[in-house]
Write a new protein. Structure first.
Length: 260
């Protein structure tokens, strides 16, 4: 499969990979560049959101052509399971249930769907990975599990990995309750810098959560030092990004990565 040009609005990791590594191609879609319309305009890759299946498949095909490799989509469940990819998964009747994937096979790409949750792409010397990191997945260890699986696949240490954080709901928009603090081992009395107290209009206790900052904390604790991205807010730019909190009936973007 030959790679097609990326749409000018799509995002690419700003990492600098060592020249000795196998070639890696990675990017993330926005709303632009597809064939869906209405609430799903236009690059919706979500197959379970109510969009026309033929248009979803055409959009997925477009993304795979831009990557230059077939993609393995996951059934994401806000968990922490990691799927090691193989070509036989392309013919499976159902997608694997997982929230992260690792590929050490050239020409087989990882695909992570999001619409406010944080996508994280990883590159290693000889393998790549992608993770779906909403607050439940982050608290459950999806990033740590992905780092461990990627290091095992590539035969490297965590310090050699590169991680890129894509667009997600930003720290000025992501309002959460005390249950989210508890999931990260924080208390309302000592929430930590990643949670800023702000009562809602009814005077109820709420906090603004910083998903990218929480991800960086977890990644650094896992041994990574090369971390970039995480500067976009999906809810603040609904014309550019799909956002579930802006409209529960909306499309999905995808962050993809593969070895060429």
């Amino acid at each position: 499969m030959s790679s097609a040009a990326l749409h000018r609005d799509w995002l690419q990791p700003d990492w600098q990979l060592p020249a000795a590594w196998p070639r890696v191609r990675a990017f993330m879609t926005t709303r632009a560049g597809g064939c869906s319309d209405g609430l799903f305009a236009s690059m919706n890759v979500g197959a379970a959101v109510g969009d026309e299946p033929a248009r979803v498949q055409a959009n997925r095909n477009h993304v795979a052509e831009a990557l230059g490799a077939p993609l393995v989509f996951l059934k994401q469940v806000h968990g922490a399971e990691v799927q090691r990819l193989s070509h036989d998964l392309l013919a499976a009747s159902q997608p694997p249930v997982a929230d992260a994937s690792v590929s050490a096979t050239p020409g087989l790409g990882c695909a992570i769907q999001v619409a406010d949750c944080l996508p994280v792409l990883f590159a290693a010397p000889g393998a790549v990975a992608g993770a779906h990191a909403g607050w439940r997945g982050l608290a459950g260890g999806v990033l740590e599990n992905t780092v461990a699986a990627l290091c095992a696949a590539a035969g490297c240490a965590p310090g050699e990995l590169r991680a890129w954080l894509g667009p997600c709901i930003g720290p000025q928009q992501f309002e959460v309750g005390a249950e989210v603090l508890a999931a990260f081992g924080r208390s309302p009395a000592q929430p930590g810098g990643e949670f800023v107290y702000r009562a809602n209009a009814a005077g109820e206790a709420r906090w603004l959560a910083d998903l990218p900052a929480l991800a960086r904390l977890r990644l650094r604790a896992a041994g990574l030092s090369h971390i970039s991205g995480g500067h976009w807010c999906t809810l603040s730019e609904p014309s550019r990004f799909f956002s579930y909190r802006h409209d529960a009936r909306t499309g999905r973007m995808v962050a993809v990565i593969g070895l060429l």
